[in-house]
Write a protein that binds this ligand. Sequence first.
Ligand SMILES: NC(=O)C1=CN([C@@H]2O[C@H](COP(=O)(O)OP(=O)(O)OC[C@H]3O[C@@H](n4cnc5c(N)ncnc54)[C@H](O)[C@@H]3O)[C@@H](O)[C@H]2O)C=CC1
Ligand SMILES: O=C(O)CCC(=O)C(=O)O
Length: 448
Amino acid sequence: MSYVDEVLEIVKKKNADQPEFLQAVTEVLDSLRPCIDANEELYRKNAILERITEPDRQIMFRVPWVDDNGQVQVNRGFRVQFNNSIGPYKGGLRLHPSVNLGIIKFLGFEQVFKNSLTTLPIGGGKGGSDFDPKGKSDREIMAFCQSFMTELCKYIGADVDVPAGDIGTGGREIGFLFGQYKRIRGSYEGVLTGKGLTYGGSLARTEATGYGLLYLTNALLKDHGIDIAGKTCIVSGAGNVAIYAIQKAHQLGAKCVTCSDSTGWIYDPEGIDVDLLKEVKEVKRARLTEYAAARPSAEYHEKKNGEHGVWNVKGDIALPCATQNELDLDDAKALVANGVISVTEGANMPTTLEATKYLQENGVLFVGGKAANAGGVATSALEMSQNSERLSWTFEEVDGKLKGIMETIYANISDAAKRYGVEGDYVAGANIAGFEKVVEAMLAQGVC
Ligand SMILES: NC(=O)C1=CN([C@@H]2O[C@H](COP(=O)(O)OP(=O)(O)OC[C@H]3O[C@@H](n4cnc5c(N)ncnc54)[C@H](O)[C@@H]3O)[C@@H](O)[C@H]2O)C=CC1
Ligand SMILES: O=C(O)CCC(=O)C(=O)O
């Protein structure tokens, strides 16, 4: 049996109840085959695959907090510190009722490769809670964040582990978490990224994941002789990533005609109005029905199970920016039938394994989230640099570095795929390029 198959079997046995983690590991190890085969003896002797698929540590804790009725609520908190071979653990905190250990492990595992691709010195980790921020008052959010950080603060630090935002964790939550860390540890340090601009945040971090997604998409299309200007984009999600992806796509001359949230989706043939979307989602934290009510050109569709939603809309460029496994095989078939040119993932693992395979086999240019959405964490690393030197860079400086990083990521994943004889397979290219750097560091640091 090959080394990859042996380790896949072990991982499946050890983590049988964690489907998302198994999906992420299967995708990575399968696509690493050419690289592993070329170095099998060395990697096997050093148990590289066994070590890279097992987190350094998994922390789970109780998060008690008091709601507005005086009732004590209890949630479960997680931080998975996956691999710190190339830098301190780095990755977001997800607050969503669906969060469990397997989901945090899949996200932490992906973060190891993604962070390596950024070219910056950051290891991989992820955390979160099954707490649902929807419908909570600001005081309830603060109570939860303070309790969560009271436990988490024992395990993190500017040179140890630096959390950030993800689904359900935005500027408001990062502020409450930072305040509690400072209060307990007595240290004013860059322990979180995505901070407000008055207390150590970086310009362009809010925009970075969405902007970075478009910088990479543009580099991909250019390399294939395609002009992004004039193209139609289909976008899912209506949160941080989706909003700034739409904004940058419009700046580049494309038109985004859809967005979605967990209850429904919008088709707006005149192009999504970003200012209105920001008002509805960032300021009012409301549903997309409010967007439709204020915009005569928009149609609102209630989400129905089994329907393709935004993936049925005809477009050239698909940008999944909501959540994992939101684009399945049937959706992929609908996209191909409608002539989609590219799919670049703003979310983490939004496309199922079967859908990815179908898109690739049908000639769609496909770049997975580890490369395509790396602009967020890359800019977080730039925030860490600014905190270390006690300086703030201009928006143009940060945005310029972000663009350069995304273009380098595209060049590196494209080159890695070519080196291993799988030209144009950007999933394999990203996994190989991310893996090579981490493994070199692991080998240099001995058995740990
Ligand atoms: N915020 C960041 O810097 C980064 C985020 N990501 C990933 O991007 C994705 C989106 O994250 P954010 O925009 O930050 O979160 P967010 O909380 O700002 O927004 C998430 C959006 O997706 C929608 N959504 C959630 N589940 C959905 C579903 N089942 N169907 C349709 N819409 C759904 C929500 O209603 C919300 O509008 C996640 O997969 C996250 O892990 C990846 C890299 C960095
Ligand atoms: O900025 C960060 O550290 C985290 C971003 C993130 O969670 C992600 O890349 O999925």
